[in-house]
Structure formats: structure tokens, C-alpha cells
Design a protein around this ligand. Structure first.
Ligand SMILES: C[S@@+](CC[C@H](N)C(=O)[O-])C[C@H]1O[C@@H](n2cnc3c(N)ncnc32)[C@H](O)[C@@H]1O
Length: 206
């Protein structure tokens, strides 16, 4: 059964509020996702998903790709007055899919797990680190898609920086498992080139 997530109050309990404060100081991480980075992930969206919520929609880079593939997309963004930690759509939705602000990555990850619905986040591999985040992965599992190439995320249509990224695609039902797949993207065309998969175990040292 899905639960209504609490707001950033519970998030700050687990992760502290330093990154929220960083955003308040103006680190908005405002980069657009190129379409080719998302295209290989479309086939991994669960079959039952019809309505997707993009809670950090920005300039609609992700929204446009999803709509092209026939999904109904609910959009929101702090720039249009909807803080993802306190605002929720009135409509029913099946999945969250976004490239969130990296300065809030801890908060966003915990917030997504709390809904107990599938989500896909495009984030750098650094999100695998930290004991706090690994606690969540051990509880819920983590389906991890690693792109071995550099993806160029764009700011104001300029090449702002290169960044590696990954998508974590979580299924809370029917089984909580952890998997790793390598996904090659075609930086010239919006097609998936190759996907290979291996299974992983979550290891815990004492
Ligand atoms: C890295 S950009 C990604 C934009 C879009 N998702 C994409 O992939 O092209 C992050 C976006 O998150 C938005 N954002 C930052 N903090 C937010 C918050 N608390 N709630 C909702 N949106 C937020 C920013 O305004 C920005 O548009």
C-alpha cells in the first residue's frame, strides 16, 4: 500500500539540512537532460505505468521525451511554485521520473522511497556512497543503470559541463531486489545501443 510521504521535516531528520540550505543560497543545479540520455530507459518503465510525475520539470526536457512516447505527464517545479517536498498533484500518478537537483540528492532519494511507487532518478554515481543512503538501498533494493559514457547536461542551451549519470529504477513490489545493468547511449541518435545485465548482492560489513 502506498503511503503519503512526509515533507522535508522527516528528510532532514535522516540527512540533515545542509543541502537544503545550500539550495536556498542559490545552488539550483539547473541543467537540462538531453533526450538521448533518457531514451534507453523508456523500455524499463513498468508496463502498468501510464501517468508519470516529473517533479523538477525545469525546461521540460524529460517531459517532452515522455510525452513523445505516449505517457501522460504531470509537471511541477519549484520555479513554478511547487516545492516537491510539500506539493503533490491532485491527479493519480504511477511513477516519478526526473533528473533532480543534485544539491538535494539525499532528500530526493528518501522522498522518492517514501511513496512506495516506482521511480527513476538520473543522478551521478556518487549517490551510491554514504552509510545513510546505503541503509535505504539495503531495505528497499536498488536497480541501478550505469551509463559508461559521459552525458552532457545543458544549461541555457550551452554546454555547461560533462557529467556521468545513472538512473536508479526502483520496484517496491513484487520483490525488493538489487540489480546492475550497463546501458550504452547513442549521443548522436535517440536509440539504445546495448544493454547487459548482472545481479548484485547488497553486502554488509560489521
Ligand atoms: C537538474 S535540473 C533538471 C530539470 C529537468 N528535470 C531535466 O532533466 O531537464 C533540476 C530542476 O529541479 C528544480 N528544483 C530544485 N529544487 C526543487 C524543489 N525543491 N522542488 C521542485 N523542483 C526543484 C530546479 O528548478 C530545476 O528545474
Amino acid at each position: 500500500m502506498s503511503t503519503t510521504p512526509t515533507t522535508s521535516t522527516s528528510t532532514t531528520k535522516l540527512f540533515g539540512n545542509s543541502e537544503i540550505e545550500a539550495f536556498a543560497r542559490g545552488k539550483s543545479d539547473d541543467y537540462d537532460t538531453p533526450a538521448y540520455a533518457l531514451e534507453p530507459m523508456i523500455k524499463h518503465i513498468p508496463k502498468h505505468v501510464k501517468v508519470i510525475w516529473e517533479p523538477c520539470a525545469g525546461n521540460f526536457a524529460i517531459v517532452n521525451v515522455l510525452r513523445k512516447h505516449g505517457y501522460t505527464v504531470i509537471t511541477s517545479d519549484i520555479k513554478t511554485g511547487q516545492d516537491m517536498f510539500s506539493w503533490q498533484p491532485d491527479e493519480q500518478w504511477d511513477m516519478i521520473l526526473t533528473n533532480p537537483p543534485y544539491s538535494l540528492k539525499n532528500e530526493v532519494i528518501e522522498w522518492c522511497y517514501e511513496f512506495e511507487k516506482p521511480f527513476l532518478l538520473l543522478m551521478p554515481l556518487v549517490m551510491l556512497e554514504t552509510a545513510k543512503r546505503s541503509k535505504l538501498y539495503k531495505i528497499y533494493g536498488l536497480n541501478l543503470f550505469v551509463v559508461p559514457q559521459r552525458i552532457q547536461f545543458l544549461r541555457d542551451k550551452c554546454n555547461a559541463r560533462n557529467a556521468s549519470w545513472f538512473g536508479s529504477h526502483l520496484y517496491t513490489e513484487p520483490e525488493k531486489k538489487t540489480t546492475l545493468q550497463f546501458v550504452t547511449v547513442n549521443t548522436r541518435r535517440d536509440v539504445n545501443v546495448k544493454v547487459t545485465g548482472i545481479s548484485l548482492q547488497c553486502l554488509e560489513s560489521r
